[in-house]
Each structure stands twice: as C-alpha cells, then as structure tokens.
Design a binder for this molecule. Structure first.
Ligand code: PLP
Length: 338
C-alpha cells in the first residue's frame, strides 16, 4: 500500500458543496437522457434473505449503466464556450461510454482515454457511440496522465468519473427515484469504487432520513476506498483484475469530494470475492433474466452469501450496470450449472 505524500490539506476536504437541491436540479436537467429505471421486487431474494429486496435496474439504463446520469448532468452544465472545446474522459468503460453518448447527442466532440487493459469489446462500443478512443498505459492512473496531457495540449474539458459535484449529483438522481417508488426504504446496498454513485445516492437518502442505512459493496481483490477510509486519507493500492472491472481504479490521491462524502455518509463497507460476484451475475440471469456485469452484481453477491445484518425490512440493491461481454456471462453460466 502506498500512502499519499501530497495530501496534507485535510480541512479543505471536509467541505463538499453539494446539496439535495443539486440532485433535484440534476433530475430536471437530465430527464431527456437518463431514464427512470425499474425498481424490481425480488421475491426470490426476499424469501432467501428475510428482507424485502428490491433491485434498482441500472443495467437497463441508456448506455447500459448509471454513468449516463452524472455525464449528462455535467455536460448539460457546461457553457457554450466549453462545449465548443470538446470534452475528455479517462475511463475503464462505462463512464467513457456515457460521456461519448451524451456528447454525441449534444454535438460535442469527445475524446476517451483508457488503459490497454480494458477489454476490446468496450473500446469498440465506445467508438460506435462516437467517442475518439486513445489507449495509453496499463492502469487507470496511466490513462489519467494521458488525459491530463490532452487537457493541456488540446484544451478539452475533463469530465471526471466520480470526483465532481455535477457527476455526484447526477448519480444521486437514483436515490430520488428509489424514494419515489419505495419511500419506506430502510437500507441500500451500493457498488463502491470511486464513490460517486454511493455519495450521490447517500446524500439524497440521508437528507431524507439519517436512519436509512447505506452499505457500500466493494471488491475483495482491491478496494481503494475502504483502504482510504481505514487510513483516514486517500491512498493507492495495487490494481488487480476482477470480474467487476468497472469497480477497479483508484479514488485519486487528490480526491476532494467523494472521499469525505463516503466517509461521512456510509454506514458500512463490505467486500465480495470473485466467486461470489460470478454467483451474483448468474443469479440475476437465471432468476430474473437480467444481464448484469460483475460490478452490478456485488450487492446481490453479498446477499447470496449472507454478508449483511440488521438492515431493517426494505432493502434496495443498486444493480449498477449490464455491460458484460456475453461470452463471459455464458462461460459463468456454464460453470455455475456444472
Ligand atoms: C462506475 C461504476 C461503478 C462504481 O461507481 P463509483 O462512482 O466509481 O463508485 C459501479 N458499477 C458500475 C457498473 C460502474 O460503471
């Protein structure tokens, strides 16, 4: 584990200026881009867990993940001068897809930086959406350096995947939708990587009632947010491969919004193994006929192995995306049946 050397400024990290109003503004702004997704009651998971389990199906969202919410809120907040310059994203996939899609809809140029480790099918999907893809380095951090270079050289506007107030507020619109459909929600399981998804939803939930429990679910192989919470400041840890590849990548040593928000709003973080994620993906496919990616399956995975306790009655599980290589899902299905 490597600790940040540059991070002495703890005070400025304590004041994220994002309010519930920003989430409502995002809801209004993004209504033409992000669909309201279904909140599916899972009688099967309810029977096996004792909770009333509801699945928030962001795998059915436009571009296949919730990331379009934050991207749309960000791009729609740019000035016309900024739109003219074009936008830039560094991404393991879903964020880039969302930025490319929204930019194309708005007639904005988009450049997407990714590491060479990102699967080929994700690159092709991005290009099909109209994004210009630039591959660089072996990790998200290296792709980020490339993005910084392009930002300097070409004047493109960087759209961060999570550590941006507009992005966080955009992801928070999921929270408003859940509250509309299930105002009696007691707790949520939310996939956790950079923390934009969790911070936005948690903001909406805790403003509604501090009693609503927020549980982040991360990868056992690598969870930089949990390591950072334990260290008390953003830290880097080694990047590994995972079925939940959309949850890989650091939180940024210069993180200023999501780290303090997650620290202040999350009640608990639990981690799931690769085997558990595979079981969660298969369960969604087999039981609910839903195609979900590894990152989207972590909440179901945690429920299947009984990793939660004392979460009240009504539990909402955020199924964050469905962009999985069909061959991988088929392989998992064969294995799980065997
Ligand atoms: C980005 C992403 C996440 C994690 O979101 P953060 O805001 O980085 O915590 C979870 N699931 C999917 C499918 C994603 O694309």
């Amino acid at each position: 584990m490597m600790f940040s050397s540059s991070n002495g400024d703890a005070d400025s990290m304590d004041k994220p200026e994002i309010f519930l109003r920003d989430v409502f503004l995002a809801r209004q702004r993004c209504s033409g881009f992000a669909q309201k997704t279904p909140l599916l009651h899972s009688s099967a998971l309810s029977a096996s867990t004792g909770y009333e389990v509801f699945l928030k199906l962001e795998n059915l969202q436009q571009t296949g993940s919730f990331k379009i919410r934050g991207a749309a809120n960000k791009l729609l907040s740019l000035s016309s001068e900024e739109r003219q310059r074009g936008v830039l994203a560094f991404s393991t996939g879903n964020h880039g897809r969302a930025v490319a899609y929204v930019a194309a809809q708005l007639g904005i140029r988009s450049v997407i930086c990714m590491s060479h480790r990102v699967p080929r099918y994700r690159v092709e999907a991005m290009e099909a959406l109209g994004g210009e893809v630039v591959l660089s380095g072996q990790s998200q951090d290296e792709a980020y350096l490339k993005a910084l270079e392009l930002e300097r050289k070409e004047g493109l506007i960087m759209v961060k995947p999570f550590d941006d107030p507009h992005v966080i507020a955009g992801q928070g619109t999921i929270g408003i939708e859940i509250l509309e459909d299930l105002p009696e929600v007691d707790s949520l399981l939310i996939p956790l990587s950079g923390g934009g998804l969790l911070a936005g939803i948690a903001l909406a939930m805790k403003a509604t009632s501090p009693a609503i429990k927020i549980v982040g679910v991360g990868l056992e192989v690598s969870c930089p947010m949990q390591a950072s919470l334990q260290a008390g400041l953003p830290v880097e840890i080694e990047e590994k491969d995972s079925l939940g590849d959309a949850l890989l990548g650091g939180i940024g040593l210069d993180n200023c919004y999501t780290f303090p928000m997650v620290r202040d709003l999350v009640d608990e973080v639990i981690l799931v193994s690769e085997k558990e994620i595979a079981a969660g993906m298969f369960y969604a496919f087999d039981t609910h006929r839903q195609v979900i990616e590894g990152a989207g399956a972590v909440g179901i995975a945690a429920l299947l192995v009984d990793k939660t306790s004392h979460l009240g009655k009504n539990l909402a599980v955020v199924v964050s995306g469905g962009n999985v290589d069909p061959r991988l899902l088929a392989e998992i299905a064969w294995r799980e049946y065997a």
